[in-house]
Design a protein around this ligand. Structure first.
Ligand code: ATP
Ligand code: MG
Length: 427
């Protein structure tokens, strides 16, 4: 029979790889709770309309990349391609809408039908933060520094922060008109992909990867020249504050990001170590989204970090698993029963315990304990079982003898004492 394969662009994360994921996820969560950001979990499956309206029909994500299907009730459903629209929906529809401000984070799988390649999958994972109800330029600075500091805390260097401002809705509209005029005049110089975008999503042309078009775009009108005084002042304050915090940034006048809902600040963090899929974090302000989705007028800003790309960037120090404290070697029926009970007692004491249930020879069981680099072993054979006792042995550093003791099953106090001295002082 043919073997089953996973769908193109989707991957299993096997135990050995998952250690790094878990270590990094834990570090992120600790960092977020230190920043007083609260977790929110939303469904992976949503009504398609949430994304067509929330993200915008003419964006790449909605027009080309969504996993959309009809369910058995003939409702159009979509596997979420990103987190922001869902968080906005949850806030609008729940008791959260009564609170003027909240800081939220999410983490989980996202789905986009893209061509799989290094750093690009069809099911991938994002962790994101949304500051809902925050208007001040200081929230832009805090969001940027939160993303920056998490990446730095993970020991990632070689990072570039790029920023831009799209201004308010009017600024953006005025700019778009001027840009479309310019595009009309320069249409024949554009690459084909960009030509197709002129009518559908002209701003996205700024984002092109075509080097000829990039060259021509140097002559195009720039967003910064279309910001009203207020928007410009806001942008200047953010730059000043980032300088004050010693967070280095580059101004990128072509940075507009793919989604329709952005206003004012847009930013990306890229890394030279990622090859052509260089962006690890994308974010920006979306003051109109919640109102457009039927909520109250609510300014907001957020970012999302791609976890697969983050795993590529983070170092090997996150790949170490916790060592086993005790490996229980056991053989014979009565020994096996005692061993199971003992493993439960040890786990109650928060000791990392591996119970060998293979029934194989003692020597094989010892080999396994060695392979796991267990700190100690408990040995229960026929003889020990008859005497209702076990042997516990601490593996010492090379030139010392292994410490060994016999402990009775009736004397858990003795066991606890041994554990406290040899394994876990904090017991
Ligand atoms: P790109 O330009 O790489 O397609 P994007 O602008 O579509 O990125 P966002 O929607 O801003 O990406 O998502 C935020 C982050 O999620 C990205 O910076 C990236 O790290 C990650 N990401 C997005 N799409 C994928 C994907 N298909 N596979 C893996 N990671 C992804
Ligand atoms: Mg994309």
């Amino acid at each position: 029979m043919d073997k089953f394969k996973n769908l193109r662009g989707t991957f299993d994360i096997l135990p050995a790889k998952l250690i790094k994921w878990q270590n990094i996820e834990n570090l992120i969560k600790i960092q977020l709770s230190r920043s007083s950001v609260k977790e929110i979990r939303t469904p992976i499956l949503e009504m398609t309309e949430l994304f067509t309206r929330g993200i915008g029909e003419n964006t790449d994500v909605v027009s080309k990349e969504m996993y959309t299907f009809n369910d058995r009730g003939n409702r159009s459903c979509t596997l979420r391609p990103e987190g922001t629209a869902s968080v906005a929906r949850a806030v609008i529809n729940s008791s959260l809408s009564a609170k003027p401000q909240q800081k939220l984070w999410y983490m989980g799988p996202m789905f986009r039908y893209e061509r799989p390649q290094a750093g690009r999958q069809r099911q991938f994972h994002q962790f994101g933060v949304e500051y809902i109800g925050y208007e001040s330029y200081r929230s832009d600075v805090e969001i940027i520094s939160l993303a920056w500091d998490i990446l730095k805390k993970l020991g990632i260097n070689n990072l570039n922060l790029e920023i831009n401002s799209l201004g308010n809705t009017d600024d953006r509209f005025n700019y778009q008109q001027a840009f479309i005029n310019w595009l009309d005049k320069n249409y024949s110089y554009l690459d084909e992909d960009s030509q197709n975008r002129v009518n559908k999503n002209p701003m996205r042309i700024l984002d092109t990867k075509n080097s000829d078009t990039i060259e021509i775009l140097k002559e195009a009108p720039r967003l910064i020249d279309y910001l009203c005084d207020e928007s410009l002042e806001r942008y200047l304050k953010i730059k000043k504050q980032l300088n004050f915090l010693d967070i280095p940034f580059i101004e990128n006048y072509r940075l507009v990001r793919g989604l329709d809902y952005y206003t004012h600040t847009a930013f990306e963090i890229t890394s030279g170590s990622l090859g052509s899929q260089a962006t690890v974090c994308g974010g920006g302000r979306y003051d109109n989204l919640i109102k457009n989705m039927g909520g109250n007028e609510t300014p907001a800003i957020g970012f999302a970090i791609g976890l697969e790309r983050l795993m590529i960037l983070a170092g090997e120090e996150y790949e170490n698993d916790r060592l086993v404290d005790i490996y229980i070697v056991n053989k014979g029926e009565s020994a096996e029963n005692l061993a199971i009970e003992l493993s439960r007692q040890l786990r109650k004491l928060n000791i990392i315990t591996e119970l060998d249930i293979s029934g194989s020879s003692f020597s094989k069981q010892f080999k396994k304990a060695n392979r796991l680099k267990s700190k100690s072993v408990i040995i229960i054979g026929e003889e020990e079982a008859n005497k209702k006792e076990f042997l516990i042995r601490l593996f010492s550093d090379q030139n010392q003898d292994n410490k060994e003791e016999r402990i009775s099953f009736d004397n858990y106090f003795e066991l606890e004492k041994w554990l406290k001295i040899n394994i876990r002082e904090d017991l």
